[in-house]
Write a protein that binds this ligand. Structure first.
Ligand SMILES: Cc1cc2nc3c(=O)[nH]c(=O)nc-3n(C[C@H](O)[C@H](O)[C@H](O)COP(=O)(O)OP(=O)(O)OC[C@H]3O[C@@H](n4cnc5c(N)ncnc54)[C@H](O)[C@@H]3O)c2cc1C
Length: 246
């Protein structure tokens, strides 16, 4: 519905690596919860196209920021990458989605697993005091193909100043100092992730958020099921909350 979209002016379209960007937008966002997404609308070949993107910014900031990668032949992501400062696009209001703190049960430790641009919602969540108050330990696991896709290092270093927080980067296609090598499900299964974070993944103390591609989510859920962790539902509390991008 056209009236649900607001004009947004491009402030910056920052390139992190080949095919990896964050666009910052000047727009008056309605209140939202960290972890939610908006639909971004572009005019492509004279037609409006809108797709969902998680907000990286915290609800207190008066901008919108989206972390995205170019998908080969993807009309929307290529359209985003072509944006220049002062271009005007549209974003849906209000933001939506259930990948938010309010939906998580009370437990001790929170593990946040992301593949690629699935990092975005966690950066918004981690900028809120609420998550630091709600959990004893926060573990952010970011899995990428190449080390130069480990974006937002400066913000993550800020979180790392707290002993409550642990960051575990994973790089699958090259060796990278300080990062684990491989894929999230295998690294859960063989105990390397628990060793890196010095924290157990166990149903009594753990909630897991999974964000990114469907293969990671499905395979991580299978290995977590072997440890006794199951999908969290409002009517049947569990341990795993997911946001599937594709
Ligand atoms: C709730 C939600 C939130 C999302 N938030 C983000 C976000 O914050 N950042 C972001 O980059 N994307 C996000 N996405 C995906 C995004 O909406 C688009 O699907 C993506 O940008 C590709 O659009 P496209 O038109 O360029 O390519 P399409 O033509 O739609 O995609 C072509 C193929 O590329 C694959 N693909 C789709 N997205 C990706 C991707 N990100 N990486 C690798 N392969 C992909 C799929 O297999 C798809 O079939 C989100 C999706 C959902 C459902």
């Amino acid at each position: 519905m056209a009236s649900a979209f607001l004009a947004a002016r491009v402030i910056e379209n920052k390139q992190w690596a080949e095919n990896l960007f964050s666009v910052r937008l000047e727009v008056e966002l309605q209140p939202f919860k960290a972890g939610q997404f908006v639909r971004v609308q572009l005019q492509i070949d004279g037609e409006a196209m809108a797709k969902p993107y998680s907000l990286v910014n915290s609800p207190e900031q008066d901008i919108a920021e989206v972390f995205y990668n170019i998908v080969p032949d993807g009309p929307m992501s290529n359209g985003l990458a072509a944006l220049k400062p002062n271009d005007t696009i549209e974003i849906s209001q209000p933001a939506a989605g259930f990948f938010v703190l309010d939906e998580l049960p009370d437990t001790k430790n929170l593990w946040m697993f992301a593949t690629g641009t699935g990092l975005g919602p966690y950066l918004s969540i981690l900028q809120q005091n609420e998550v630091w108050d709600k959990f004893d330990k926060l573990v952010l696991v970011h899995a990428v193909s190449y080390a130069n896709n480990l974006a937002y290092q400066e913000m993550i270093s800020g979180f790392s100043e707290s002993s409550q927080f642990c960051y575990v980067p994973i790089v699958s296609r090259e060796d990278s100092t300080g990062a684990l090598k491989g894929r999230i499900p295998a690294l859960i299964s063989d105990g390397q992730l628990e060793a890196a974070a010095n924290l157990k993944i166990e149903p009594e103390t753990t909630h897991i958020m999974l964000c990114g591609n469907q293969n990671m989510i499905a395979d991580a859920r299978s290995v977590l099921a072997e440890k006794g962790l199951r999908k969290h539902l409002r009517r049947k509390p569990g341990h795993i909350t997911t946001e599937q991008y594709f």
